[in-house]
Design a protein around this ligand. Structure first.
Ligand code: 1BN
Ligand code: ZN
Length: 316
């Protein structure tokens, strides 16, 4: 992480000088603008998120039906329960190119059962390779960040008009080497189908996906399938809290879990940095290890998401 990135993570101006600047400011508007929240103000605890990342990466390979994936689910359930939440394990079986396989999503609702629903999700599985792929970024970073976001949402005062569904998805990765539908997005397709069949889909107002958010050199892609209104809310929130340098990355169309929710007409956003290492060389590569991700990047994403939620809620 560069010196300028480091400086974004700390209060850059002491409170006394901020006050002085405000008193000197010509208008109340400029004073209000300078009160952007800093890392110190955010409830997102990057140390906790980093501990989650180290833990899930420590479980090793987390591919379809693996022991590491079972341990990850168990860890998520235990952590979410310790935050006073009641997680649900959503198991299902589905045909894949190598036969019928067992999948399981984990999710928890934070809020009242009849309020509008906003899904915050990430995938927890790693891609099958014939070498040990631990996926620190793909999928450790999203898993770790979302778990810490769940704690923040569980602990904040319940004044929100929205229920957040924190959803950890299985089976995003294709079983075959190539990403060819329908061999991918097993967990999100299943969850979206359940939303439709249960009638909950009309209550579901938005879906925010976190994927590949841990790159040391973080810059969020302007993902072209994503809902542009949601993208603006999140990118504007980043700018508002002084994290604008991490958004507005190159425009790309990315096939990811958000497409499953879009297919049932839920406006969706993929928060993803699809440029991992030089020419994306670390993606689906043995170099997707803990050395190439950073605690600061998890912190940036956690803070951007929390900063965007009030505007998102007002917009629904
Ligand atoms: C994201 C992480 N994806 C797989 N692992 C989805 C994807 C598929 C992204 C193909 C780009 C191309
Ligand atoms: Zn992947």
């Amino acid at each position: 992480m560069s010196a300028s990135q480091e400086s974004q993570l700390r209060p850059r101006v002491p409170i006394v000088s901020t006050l002085a600047a405000c008193l000197l400011a010509a208008s109340a508007l400029s004073c209000a603008h300078s009160a952007a929240p800093t890392a110190a103000d955010s409830p997102f605890d990057a140390d906790r998120a980093w501990h989650h990342l180290e833990t899930v990466v420590g479980f090793g390979v987390r591919s379809c039906e693996s022991e590491g994936l079972a341990k990850t689910r168990e860890y998520l359930v235990n952590e979410l329960t310790s935050y006073g939440l009641t997680p649900i394990v959503e198991s299902f079986r589905e045909e894949t190119p190598i036969g019928e396989k067992e999948f399981a999503n984990v999710y928890v609702d934070i809020g009242s059962p009849d309020a509008p629903l906003v899904i915050l999700c990430t995938h927890i599985d790693t891609k099958i390779f014939d070498w040990e792929f631990v996926g620190a970024n793909d999928s450790g970073s999203g898993t770790a960040t979302l778990l810490e976001l769940a704690r923040c949402l569980a602990e904040r005062p319940s004044t929100s008009s929205v229920t957040y569904r924190v959803l950890f998805l299985d089976g995003e990765e294709s079983i075959r080497e190539q990403w060819i539908d329908p061999d991918n997005r097993y967990g999100s397709r299943y969850h979206a189908r359940m939303l439709k069949e249960s009638g909950e889909v009309s209550r579901t107002k938005a879906c925010i996906l976190l994927d590949l958010v841990g790159d040391k050199d973080l810059k969020l892609t302007t993902e072209a399938y994503s809902d542009s209104r949601l993208q603006k809310i999140f990118f504007d929130a980043a700018k508002e809290i002084g994290l604008g340098e991490y958004v507005d990355g190159p425009t790309r169309e990315i096939l990811d879990d958000h497409l499953s929710f879009m297919a049932v007409n839920i406006p969706s956003l993929d928060l993803i940095d699809y440029e991992y290492g030089p020419d994306n060389a670390y993606w689906h590569d043995p170099r997707d290890t803990i050395e190439n991700v950073s605690k600061e990047s998890l912190d940036v994403i956690g803070r951007i998401v929390l900063a965007a939620l009030p505007t998102l809620e007002k917009s629904l």
